[in-house]
Write a protein that binds this ligand. Structure first.
Ligand code: SAH
Length: 457
């Protein structure tokens, strides 16, 4: 094979035109066919870049000057947040972000999934794509003798002091800032990660948007929380929406935020929130969707695609705390949820009880083991719903679906690339993907969710 020469060198300054955006939001420019990835570059834009890294098949560059601006470019509302807060798409107008995500879904379905004649609907976005997250976990540290809290710089453990995140609900920003000030006033020592000394490691806040209930969690290295009573009094005085104040102890040297021991300092052990009509009890350590407004949009679609009449038995694989299962149970004869994390299944059972739903059953285990075992025992399902993590469904599960032949499969995905791969496998096994609905659950970030309706041919 002829080896191609690389047309650029490290530290070269070159003028390029961006053609595309990668799945992680970087601009792609090509020099004689050699792709260079540049964070911040937008398709259609001309710019001067500096080449920072040269690999065999592709390189990286830094954006130096924009020579012709994309109509989708907007000024970043917060430079800091752009760099540190995970807002990778903040320089793109929301209209542009939606177009980008919708295109990503379409592209992978064609390129990886090789799927034809299916309908990809226009993406469903938010009316207000800012301040949507209902939860924050903010690391605490020290700078020049002051307690600070905010973001970690990327690939580092240096904390940037921040009071306002553009992604968090205002109630959450307010809560974090209040607890930070109170802790500082009371002289509670911030944690020093390097020396593994000090007290306060993280401030966490969670807010039930439908109920107006706020939970505050303080995570400390020490069993002792100095000035505990004053801390509680001041939090109650400053944050009238607070319903639960929790102390979590994490004495280990670790990146994991919460430790095993949790004490309620004041109020309730849980706060409540609703997705649709379903009520969820949320404790300090349980998983809960961070954007319930859009979660509802996604799950309403999943329910619509399942086309339940009340007679069906449904399997919900990768069910978490039973969010989708409980949605489906209202319209199905019976729902079986499967999930690998035992605590999540406990929450799922509790949530079923809380809503007086008694046609949902839950099992702990790997979906790719539990569901094949059920099938071997002669069980079947009319509809199968999957909502796997980013790596997609295990092949053993897909094979069981193909053997079991449920009339319908609804695939909820947080990674279009693995969705496309799995839809291809189902297509080859006798299924047809009819329609796909992308949903924007995480505006300003590159993440994109989609739900697909798949029927037996
Ligand atoms: N449907 C849920 C959670 C989806 S996230 C909700 O909407 O809340 C994906 C879930 O799959 C996580 O809860 C994760 O713990 C679980 N999981 C990961 N691998 C699994 C496996 N092999 N078998 C079953 N569940 C798994």
């Amino acid at each position: 094979m002829m080896s191609k020469t690389i047309p650029v060198k490290k530290n070269d300054y070159i003028d390029v035109e961006f053609e595309d955006l990668t799945h992680d939001g970087a601009g792609v420019a090509k020099v004689d066919g050699y792709p260079i990835f540049v964070q911040g570059g937008l398709p259609g834009e001309k710019a001067t870049i500096k080449v920072t890294k040269v690999n065999k098949g592709y390189g990286f560059g830094r954006l130096m000057e924009i020579l012709a601006r994309s109509t989708f470019r907007v000024d970043c509302p917060a430079e800091e947040a752009h760099k540190y807060g995970g807002c990778q798409l903040q320089h793109i107008s929301y209209e542009g972000q939606l177009k980008y995500k919708e295109n990503q879904v379409k592209q992978v379905l064609t390129r990886i999934g090789k799927l034809e004649d299916l309908v990809v609907h226009p993406i469903l976005g938010m009316d207000n794509p800012w301040h949507y997250r209902n939860k924050a976990q903010v690391p605490v540290g020290e700078k020049d003798g002051q307690l600070i809290a905010g973001f970690f710089k990327p690939r580092s453990h240096e904390i940037v002091d921040t009071n306002e995140s553009l992604l968090h609900l205002h109630e959450i920003n307010e809560a974090v800032q209040a607890v930070k000030e109170i802790a500082s006033d009371l002289g509670i020592q911030p944690y020093n990660e390097e020396k593994h000394k000090g007290v306060l490691r993280h401030i966490m806040a969670r807010y039930g948007r439908q109920t107006g209930e706020l939970m505050v969690v303080v995570v400390t290295r020490t069993n002792e929380l100095p000035n505990k009573n004053q801390l509680v009094e001041k939090i109650i005085a400053k944050l009238p929406k607070v319903k639960s104040i929790v102390h979590n102890i994490n004495s280990k040297k670790t990146n994991v935020i919460m430790g095993d021991q949790t004490n309620v300092l004041w109020g309730s052990e849980v706060i409540y929130d609703y997705i649709g009509d379903i009520k969820f009890a949320i404790s300090a350590r349980s998983f809960y969707q961070v954007n319930p407004e859009q979660t509802r949009v996604l799950y309403d679609k999943a329910l619509e695609y399942a086309e339940l009449t009340g007679e069906e038995s449904v399997i919900d694989a990768y069910c978490g705390i039973g969010t989708i299962s409980l949605f489906l149970a209202q319209k199905a004869k019976k729902v079986f949820g499967v999930e690998i994390v035992p605590e999540a299944i406990e929450d799922a059972k509790r949530n079923a009880e809380l809503n007086s739903i008694n046609n949902a059953e839950f099992a702990v285990g790997e979906a790719e083991k539990v569901i094949p075992a059920w099938y071997e025992e002669g069980n079947s399902a009319d509809v199968l719903v999957v909502d796997p993590p980013r790596k997609g469904c295990d092949e053993a599960l897909l094979q069981t679906i193909i053997d079991m032949k449920p009339k319908k499969v609804v695939y909820v995905s947080c990674n279009p690339a693995t969705l496309a791969r799995d839809l291809r496998i189902l297509e080859d096994g006798g299924y047809k993907t009819v329609e796909v609905q992308p949903v924007d659950m995480f505006p300003q970030t590159t993440h994109c969710e989609a739900v697909a309706k798949i029927v037996l041919k």
